[in-house]
Design a protein around this ligand. Structure first.
Ligand code: ATP
Ligand code: MG
Length: 293
């Protein structure tokens, strides 16, 4: 470990084993950064990039980045804001999306926020909950519990709970129901505040960000290809929500052309019918690995 810490590589803290691990490693993969088998180790060095990866409990990541043990890290916004670490949020990464929600016993109703006044709410996110309550002028008691928050109401230690809810099955099992969301979270890339003043680290981070941005942009885009009759080209061009002007290529049939364009993935399902109606055929949608805009 000593050698690793002195090699001058940028140090990235990742969750060792949890919901963010695989997606974060996939993001690095999309950046063409290869990591050797890491199962039992605390630090691994990328095979083909000057990057050391520290594998940690996610709870420790904000503080390690704040203290400079790691230069950067990937963590959920929920954990980041709960830990109140003083770090820079450099990028929102678009995965690890979840919501922190208030849940109440199935038999009860909650119509207005003000009904939370005087209630006890169990949570493992006391800081996020407290700031939500303060912002909304609610005077409730926050009961901090580190795990299995859902059982607090049946144990009588709280009236309601505030927890990450995904399927709602755990709630149901404990005779609770979701009431409303108080915080939306996704994975973010965070950085130590001092990187700004360290030209070497700063340029390493900037280089990594070029790759991350390219991977994130590519995820949102697809390469669209089709054949089109020349005489409907204008119509087809007007349908394509292309980032740039589409590429038009000649085909063996002089009446036909191939049209290629990069489009936002989400738009495809809105336009494919119009494209067909306009005469497009052989429509293909291909993934893009990287994209520099
Ligand atoms: P660790 O052992 O590292 O402390 P953990 O059990 O505290 O792990 P996980 O359950 O792996 O944490 O969740 C890590 C992060 O993933 C959460 O902080 C949250 O940002 C996000 N997350 C939680 N639930 C979901 C979900 N259902 N879907 C997507 N992301 C989620
Ligand atoms: Mg944790």
């Amino acid at each position: 470990m000593g050698d690793n810490m002195l090699n001058g590589n940028l140090k990235l803290a990742l969750q060792k084993n949890g919901r963010l691990t695989e997606k974060s490693l996939n993001l690095l993969k999309s950046c063409d950064i290869d990591i050797e088998e890491y199962s039992a180790r605390l630090i691994v060095t990328a095979r083909n990039y000057n990057l050391d990866i520290l594998l940690l409990r996610d709870d420790d990541i904000p503080e390690y980045v704040m203290d400079g043990v790691a230069d950067i890290g990937i963590v959920g916004e929920d954990v980041l804001y709960e830990k109140k670490a003083n770090v820079d949020v450099v990028r929102k990464l678009g995965y690890g999306k979840c919501k922190l929600s208030l849940a109440i016993p199935e038999s009860q109703t909650l119509e207005d926020l003000s009904e939370l006044n005087g209630k006890r709410i169990a949570t493992s996110f006391p800081n996020i909950l407290k700031s939500y309550l303060t912002q909304n002028n609610i005077n409730a008691t926050v009961v901090e519990i580190s795990g299995s928050v859902e059982i607090a109401p049946s144990l009588g230690v709280a009236d309601y709970i505030c927890d990450l809810v995904s399927t709602g099955n755990t709630l149901k099992f404990n005779k609770l129901k979701k009431s409303f969301d108080i915080f939306s979270s996704q994975a973010v890339l965070i950085a130590n505040k001092n990187i700004e003043n360290d030209p070497d680290k700063k340029s390493q981070l900037d280089n990594l960000l070029v790759r991350i941005d390219s991977a994130l942009t590519a995820r949102k885009s697809k390469y669209l290809m089709m054949n089109a009759p020349k005489n409907s080209l204008e119509k087809i061009e007007s349908i394509i929500p292309s980032l740039k002007s589409p590429t038009i290529l000649p085909l063996a049939d002089p009446e036909m052309v191939a049209v290629h364009a990069v489009i936002p993935t989400s738009k495809f399902w809105e336009i494919y019918k119009d494209l067909k109606e306009a005469g497009a055929s052989g429509i293909l949608l291909l993934p893009i690995e990287n994209m520099i805009v």
